[in-house]
Design a protein around this ligand. Structure first.
Ligand code: ZN
Length: 311
């Protein structure tokens, strides 16, 4: 991965009810909650992180659950579909599980030569389980009812839906060093060789959809991965040099970040591998208790009283 953009770091989406979101991602999909904290800008709201055992970059899906926020609409200028890699031969298991648990899904889809099962979470967020062509050695988290033979390994890809793909494609190729790998209809697959998995971004050109509305059931931003803060700041300079406005470096406690809106309208973040999630609790205990950033620790009792109960 050296000094390049190393695929996806995390994806952040918006949910409605917190408990329903928590139950779905841990209980139905079998992901591990690797961090339970609050929105740093709105501490009366949770920030959930779901991932593999350690919350490795490229496996982390995060949510802001805002009760009563209303439903968003998928459209242009946003990330529209999250792709998870699953073990070869496991899609039948997932179709049966979703059937039993009443999860809306669609089977027998093939895209870019890969088998795919598409479903929506309880808020309407679109997710695809994909049996990847590229070998994927990442170990899934094992939860009740989901074993290593079926578990989600981490991200395969993200789909960005755009009015016109050109300017976004240029950011991917000219700044992030991705290359166009294939095209199918209005979908263009970009890939980086800097990392083995979570290395794909699909651009979907769909002007007829109109602008998306960001609320429950839609993605808020897509974070790309860099090894450390030096590389982060190198990319900051490259992006600023293209005339795009970009934030200063922000300390997110578990990684350092920059945010910018790419010309197609999608909010991009760059996030570092360091320091990771096992900083304020042990690797074994990840996600088991509410973690607060320093500035909110004095208000812990008040915050705990307003956050929704999860069990
Ligand atoms: Zn983020």
């Amino acid at each position: 991965m050296n000094n390049k953009i190393a695929g996806l770091h995390h994806i952040t989406a918006i949910a409605g009810n917190a408990k329903r979101n928590y139950d779905f991602y841990t209980g139905v999909l079998g992901l591990r909650m690797v961090k339970k904290t609050v929105n740093f800008d709105d501490p009366g709201t949770y920030h959930f992180y779901f991932g593999n055992e350690t919350g490795a970059p490229g496996t982390i899906l995060t949510f802001f659950p805002w009760e009563g926020i209303g439903t968003g609409r998928i459209g242009t200028g946003m990330a529209s579909e999250i792709g998870y890699a699953v073990p070869i031969g496991s899609l039948g298991f997932w179709a049966e599980r979703f059937q039993q648990l009443g999860v809306q899904h669609e089977t027998n889809i093939e895209r870019f030569g890969e088998k795919l099962l598409s479903f929506t979470d309880p808020d309407g967020l679109k997710i695809n389980l994909i049996e990847p062509l590229q070998d994927d050695q990442r170990k899934p988290w094992q939860a009740a009812g989901v074993t290593e033979k079926e578990g989600l390994k981490g991200f395969h890809s993200i789909v960005l839906t755009l009015n016109d793909i050109k300017a976004t494609a240029e950011i991917l190729t000219d700044v992030f060093e991705y290359r166009l790998q294939a095209q199918e209809g209005n979908r263009y697959r970009f890939i980086t060789d800097a990392v083995e998995n979570a290395s794909i971004v699909d651009l979907e050109e769909a002007p007829e959809l109109g602008r998306g509305v960001n609320a429950a059931g839609t993605n808020h931003h897509v974070a790309f991965r860099v090894a450390n803060e030096d590389i982060l700041m190198n990319y900051r300079a490259k992006i600023a040099a293209r005339g795009l406005s970009i934030t200063p470096k922000i300390d997110r406690d578990y990684f350092f970040s920059l945010y910018f809106r790419e010309p197609g309208g999608v909010l991009f973040e760059l996030a570092t591998d360091n320091p990771g999630f096992a900083t304020d609790e042990t690797a074994e205990a990840l996600g088991s208790s509410l973690r607060l950033p320093k500035q909110y620790e004095p208000s812990r009792a008040k915050i705990e009283a307003v956050l929704p109960k999860l069990d």
